[in-house]
Design a binder for this molecule. Structure first.
Ligand code: CDP
Length: 235
């Protein structure tokens, strides 16, 4: 049924469930799923580990050297339910989701030389299509010709509540207000940065999932994908 491989780009605000959504779509279609945010998170962790971040600033003199010696990659989980993010071969999947990394990631992701390296790697991953990638600039910069682009959003308080639950389930101790403040601050930086700011591609379809369940949004997107594939087959 899905023999025409397409590129599906999912962009949007922080913590509105892009990763869960993208992962499910990929599973359903037998596509590859790439969490581009995990790549920026891993680079941020590397900067923290090398003490390159101080007083809300990244050491731009040492950054090129760090980037040259840093490799971000993914391996499949043993039960095949997703990917584990690797930083120079080490499993950092849990560490990149902590508040410490979340608090610095938008700062690091705003730096052009970081974006250049990540975008090149992402484009390489998608060159054979059959991929679902989520992030901030996937439909605008990474894959401007993606066959399907979705822009996700939801009310900030609902996003904070969902993210809080996710972090509590992992045993991380954080408050609702800390999580909400981080989400709002990341949205602000992501939207106002000069290099590839977060914005909706003109041909992206908006999905506000504030009041949708995971299965409702799945139903919605599968219809969209089938329509798209029919259009492509017709030529
Ligand atoms: O999961 P959540 O929505 O909280 O964030 P994420 O997708 O893990 O991305 C973390 C951060 O990386 C974002 O707040 C952006 O600053 C940055 N990012 C980016 O600049 N470009 C991307 N394609 C993906 C993430």
């Amino acid at each position: 049924m899905y023999n025409n491989n397409i590129v599906i780009a999912i962009d949007g605000h922080s913590s509105c469930g892009k990763s869960t959504f993208a992962k499910q779509i990929a599973l359903k279609l037998g596509y590859i799923y790439i969490d581009s945010g995990a790549m920026y998170r891993a680079i941020t962790l590397a900067c923290i580990q090398q003490n390159l971040i101080a007083n809300g600033k990244v050491n731009l003199e040492q950054l090129p050297n760090l980037l040259q010696h840093t490799e971000v990659s993914f391996i499949s989980k043993t039960d095949s339910t997703g990917w584990i993010t690797l930083l120079n071969g080490a499993d950092v999947e849990e560490e990149i989701r902590t508040l410490k990394v979340s608090e610095n990631v938008s700062l690091v992701a705003a730096i052009p030389m970081v974006r250049e390296k990540m975008v090149e790697q992402q484009q390489q991953m998608g060159k054979n299509k059959g991929i679902v990638m989520d992030g901030r600039d996937i439909g605008t910069v990474v894959f401007p010709n993606a066959e399907l682009k979705i822009f996700m959003t939801a009310q900030p308080e609902i996003r904070a509540q969902r993210r809080l639950k996710e972090m509590e389930d992992k045993g991380q101790k954080v408050s609702f207000h800390e999580v909400l403040a981080n989400i709002l601050e990341r949205d602000r930086i992501d939207q106002s940065r000069e290099a590839s700011p977060l914005r909706q591609a003109p041909d992206a379809i908006i999905l506000d999932n504030s009041n949708l369940t995971v299965s409702q949004q799945m139903e919605w997107v599968m219809e969209l994908i089938e329509t798209k594939l029919k259009e492509i087959r017709k030529g």
